[in-house]
Design a protein around this ligand. Sequence first.
Ligand code: UDX
Length: 437
Amino acid sequence: MRVAMIGVGYVGLVSGACFSEFGHDVVCIDSDAARISALEQGEIPIYEPGLDELVARNRADGRLRFTTDLMDALQGAEAVFIAVGTPSRRGDGHADLTYVYQAAGEIAAEISAYTVVVTKSTVPVGTGREVARIIRSARPGADFDVASNPEFLREGSAISDFMRPDRIVIGAESDRAREVLRRLYRPLSLRDTPILFADLETAELIKYAANAFLALKISYINQIADLCEKVGADVQDVARGIGLDGRIGPKFLHPGPGYGGSCFPKDTQALMHTAQAAGAPLTLVEATIAYNEARKSAMADRVLQLLEGDAHGQRVAVLGLTFKPNTDDMREAPSLTILPRLQTAGVVVSAHDPVGMGEARRLMPDIRYCDDAYEALAGADALVLLTEWNAYRGMDLQRMRALMRRPVVIDLRNVYRSREMRKAGFIYHSLGRPKWR
Ligand code: UDX
């Protein structure tokens, strides 16, 4: 099947590459000529494990192409995906649909034979219908259907999430459109991946409802972690204990410094606005958004409290800057709130991240960045672990201890074991776990 993918951001590039791996003939289009020519040279603009090999293999086999020419890409394409960005609109937090509607207008101008126009970007409820209206009003006779196919992949594990999803959600309202999408996902349906067919609005809402629920789940365990600290309980055991209940499930119950990334903060905001505008406010989501913001600042305050004496002039080493491991993405990372707050209090921060330092440098130029994690620890009064990169799990504790001025470790991802840390001579603080454990 011939597929066109408009937008080579995270979702577009991963989805395009994975569809070509399914055996489809995929053309990815983007108006950013520099990005397209880089991709044509085999340069991948994002850090995502396995993506470079996947792109290289499918390009070599002739199933994956990159172009800036929409007309060329749409020739013979049965499905055209819109995977352009939907950033939060400055000021009001609504999803900015300019690029989506622009793509709809461009598709309308080029459409020839029957095409299914599919929104892959996370778009607010009602967008699919507006895309259909735009195409119909520009080209009243055009033979097309609009469908919604939200993507649930996570950064850092995007390819396996795409190839082995829990489910595929398709909002489509004609048999013809459903048939095209069923054929597109045939390799996954052969593996018994459930495909949920729904109407457009329902498919669009499923994506937001899922992301908001996960954000809520994380915030819930973060609050439970705070409570555990007050009452002397262990949040890891609480998470295990509740997660074994099949109705709750064990995932997304890891306490941390607050969720970040390109999806949860933006999508919860957009859903909140949709719900308010519809007259059915989602107060639980509103509370989650406010709590998550407050949590990031509270984590900085906790670090300041745990420094012995006046924070001014003390040195803090921060390990991990990206919003999660295995990505170079700094969007809405807790580090962007926590580090400036420490600096405002007079703390001297040195930091390390395996791949995020380029972007971090641009966003927070006043930090001392170190190419090596141990280098960041030299002379530190405390270590703050912010992102649970695997590289930090197996560090040499004796070497760490010897490098630091004071042996204080503040582990905001609970990656170390308290007993082991105390044995190595550290004063160890984690989230929601009793000190004596
Ligand atoms: C998320 C959704 O998981 C994915 O389905 C959707 O398509 C896009 O948004 P992503 O943002 O890539 O994916 O990362 P995810 O692994 O979900 O983590 C998001 C944030 O939540 C990170 O900051 C992470 O550290 C935090 N998190 C996650 C926790 O603090 N605790 C957890 O238990 C899980």
